[in-house]
Design a protein around this ligand. Sequence first.
Ligand code: ATP
Ligand code: MG
Length: 396
Amino acid sequence: MEQLSPASTLTDAFHGLGISVWTEDWRAVGQAILALRAAGIDPVQHLATAPGELARLHATVQVTDVNNFTLELMGMPDKRMLIGSLAEVVPNSAQTFARWFAALARGDRFYRFESRVRRLDGSLRDCLVMARLPQDPEGLARLFVCVVDITGYKADQMRLTEAERAVDRALRASAMGLVTAAIAHEVNNPLAAVVTNAEAALRWLRRPNPDTVEAEAAIVAAIGDALRARDVVDRTRALLSNAPPRPVALDPHHAIRDAAQFVQRELRLAEATLRLEVMADTPRLLADPVQVQQILTNLLLNAAQALVAHDGLREIALRARPHAAGVLIEVADSGAGIPPDRLLRVFEPFYSTRTDGIGLGLAICRTAAEAQGGRIWVSGAPGSGACFHVLLPAAP
Ligand SMILES: Nc1ncnc2c1ncn2[C@@H]1O[C@H](COP(=O)(O)OP(=O)(O)OP(=O)(O)O)[C@@H](O)[C@H]1O
Ligand SMILES: [Mg+2]
């Protein structure tokens, strides 16, 4: 059997490899670096200010051999086109030469950089250029440089980055959409109240004997509602952007009375009666006042809406009582209730069974309750109405 000599095995590997390999002679550059160092000159700084010297050294680098695959990479038919001065066989390599020079002058052990290589037909390929840099000047006589074509890989990476950006944009847009929808949802109630109060003021003024006292009271109320709309926009945005909460100690009587006040119009439309009840010894709440109002008004609006077309008793109870973990507020109605399999689903965003519902009310309630460090859940047997429970921390 024919034995392959180690030398011929290496030559086979050299030419058979699917990567481009160049052998280059960098001795003149190595000597120049040594000479500059011996003269106490920093080689990198020196060459940065002496472009002529850089070009001269560049021309001294000789390409002594390339493997067969290099011809494929460069689109060149003949090896002789690549043998000779690096500056001539690879035009436009001056910039990469400066990088090589700096790596050698620093004493780096590896050179690894991305470069663009121009093929004979003028097309450009993205390549990774690598070499192990010898530490002794003699090693520079035969420097092995590997060149890997990464054009396809780079294109894939670009596509991946572009796809990631597209996903990011879509996520931002949908998050923005949610914020916008939530704000639109929450300003509805205060804006309707502004209109109601402003209309009332007009009616007082247009009487044969205008009642300016009543008109003024209605305008003051309208201003209050407009300020509430502004706060609601501010606190809804804060809620959805994870801004730190602003808890204050709240009297449960006030919290409950204010919420009832805000839904007067809807209660009238539903012809529902509202009962308020605060048990003795109910401590003060520790929560963001605007967000507490958002929770309670959403629950009261839902209760009123559940009663609009309801045959039978139309009652809502809004209660507050002490609880081991804080203050428990309950909104119970005498409507049709919620089937057991939907008790969790009703809190999901965009879940709605109402023809004109968006399905955001309870999702906002849950986010707001949890932002206070609290909890919200619903109970109630079908037919006996729904009861929403909100547990909020108590002030110390
Ligand atoms: N008190 C209630 N009685 C019966 N069903 C209720 C009650 N409250 C909520 N639900 C159910 O939960 C669903 C979701 O309520 P949610 O407040 O999140 O949205 P919505 O009221 O439908 O619309 P909107 O976004 O305008 O508030 C309602 O569509 C309804 O099916
Ligand atoms: Mg609702």
